[in-house]
Design a protein around this ligand. Structure first.
Ligand SMILES: [Zn+2]
Length: 95
């Protein structure tokens, strides 16, 4: 069962528009997938200790979907890059 990316209402497979909030489901799902792909790429870059590149990728993901997981990844990448003030600002934004 899928759910509306905007309001989390359960959707029927044929729903292209959410009956609760009117969101265009397919477009939002594409954005969600792009954000998730970027999150995975950022995590991979972080594991390879490529923290500056990971920061950029996490920020792109965060711009698409403001998830706590991405924000945490971005904060770690910022810390690993020595960008402490930006990491602190991000931490304050998400807590
Ligand atoms: Zn909805």
């Amino acid at each position: 069962m899928t759910e509306c990316p905007a309001c989390r209402r359960a959707l029927e497979p044929a729903d292209s528009v959410c009956s609760r909030c009117g969101a265009e489901v397919e477009s939002l799902q594409k954005i969600d997938r792009a954000a998730r792909d970027l999150l995975l790429r950022g995590s991979g870059l972080l594991r390879q200790r490529r923290s500056a590149e990971a920061c950029a990728v996490f920020m792109r993901s965060y711009a698409l979907r403001r998830s706590e997981k991405v924000a945490k990844g971005a904060a770690i990448a910022l810390l690993c890059s020595g960008r402490f003030k930006e990491a602190l600002r991000l931490r304050q934004k998400i807590s």
